[in-house]
Design a binder for this molecule. Structure first.
Ligand SMILES: Cc1ncc(COP(=O)(O)O)c(C=O)c1O
Ligand SMILES: [Zn+2]
Length: 367
């Protein structure tokens, strides 16, 4: 039976409704055996990320996730341009709530349901809150979403439409998280946090599984936007599991992307630090990755370094240009998601290098 294990001090805890952090303050991982991956089993499941359910530490009672799924996952992997057949975009904006966060939210909410949650609380810059609100509605669980006062009105409207109670907080992204965490403690509710709850990463790891299925191999390089690292850590875990099962022969390089205006991880990477020091968010259009103090910075930095990857920063002008180029080619992404293409445009790609660029949020979500 899996348990939680602290990333900092190694203390283990039973997986319960209310445990979301170590008593030492450290973030929790799931202590579980390396999953045995059996691709032959995948076709027994619906065409969604639930093809990979046997690799997830969830109850074997399928009714638990069947009541939660909305068909998320299995997003298209498309060649960016005919002239560059080895560069792909993965169109994760084709999801129930129009961002990749549905991957993590659906698995996290399946776990919440399995644990018997009657109420969940989450904080978000927008998309994770939207996803949690939708899946909470889907499984009839009451939901409070804490959002900053400046959240994109379209994301707020989406959260509201799902019937979640919106708690607007004036202050930084960290103030929003602190308010949610206080409410979790006061109410004894389930903290459906995409940052702290490691079950979220069991969902985002399916991004790697899908790429493997679609390409039939690991790409050489994956570009990943990073704020709190929910896609990045999922991608890393997914490829690690595929590698341990000898389905792929190498780990792809992770090229992690931050906005120049809010880049604590890039700062840490350049200085060779193990963890990131908090920075001041200078204000960026890339609202989804504007995280000044990422709680899992140590794991993110380790993952990028272990894959021999790198970090890149994107300016505000580059974000706008990238969004225009993508739109001009038919792909309408939200502003945050344009950083991925901006990074690709600056990246010194080797001839024949197979790359994947995520299109991870839909254009109608932002200005
Ligand atoms: C569209 C989009 N891309 C990337 C990210 C970054 O994800 P994370 O903060 O988990 O690294 C987010 C987060 O909200 C997002 O909404
Ligand atoms: Zn600890």
């Amino acid at each position: 039976m899996e348990q939680f294990i602290c990333n900092h001090c190694g203390t283990t805890y039973e997986v319960t409704l209310t445990r979301w952090r170590c008593d030492c303050g450290g973030v929790l991982n799931i202590d579980k055996p390396m999953p045995v991956i059996d691709p032959a089993a995948w076709n027994h499941y619906p065409n969604s990320l639930w093809r990979y359910v046997e690799t997830m530490p969830l109850s074997s009672d399928a009714t638990m996730w069947e009541a939660v799924t909305m068909g998320e996952g299995q997003s298209p992997l498309i060649v960016l341009a005919p002239a560059e057949p080895e560069t792909y975009v993965k169109v994760d904006y084709m999801m129930p709530t129009l961002s990749f966060k549905d991957r993590g939210a659906v698995v996290l909410m399946a776990k919440a349901r399995e644990l018997g949650a009657s109420k969940v609380i989450a904080d978000s810059s927008g998309n994770a809150g939207t996803a949690i609100a939708a899946y909470a509605a889907r499984c009839g669980i009451s939901c409070d979403i804490y959002l900053g006062a400046g959240t994109s009105p379209k994301k707020v409207a989406q959260v509201q439409a799902h019937g979640a109670n919106i708690q607007e907080v004036n202050g930084t992204r960290e103030d929003v998280a602190a308010a949610a965490q206080q409410a979790v403690t006061d109410e004894g509710a389930f903290y459906a946090s995409h940052v702290y709850n490691p079950y979220f990463y069991e969902g985002t790891k399916t991004y790697a599984y899908e790429i493997y299925e679609q390409l039939g191999k690991a790409p050489d390089t994956v570009i990943v936007p990073v704020g709190n690292g929910t896609l990045l850590l999922g991608v890393y875990a997914g490829f690690q599991e595929l590698l341990a099962n000898q389905l792929i022969t190498h780990m792809p390089k992770i090229v992690a992307v931050q906005a120049e205006q809010c880049a604590p991880l890039v700062e840490a990477y350049r200085h060779g630090w193990k963890t990131a020091a908090p920075v001041q968010n200078q204000g960026t259009l890339a609202e989804g990755i504007a995280i000044a103090a990422p709680a899992r910075s140590q794991q993110i930095l380790e993952a990028v370094r272990q894959t021999n990857g790198t970090f890149m920063t994107i300016t505000e002008d580059e974000i706008g240009e990238a969004r225009d180029i993508l739109s001009g080619n038919g792909f309408y992404v939200e502003v945050t998601s344009a950083v991925n293409y901006a990074a690709y445009a600056k990246y010194a790609k080797a001839p024949g290098e197979t790359m994947v660029i995520p299109l991870c949020g839909a254009g109608i979500k932002s200005k």
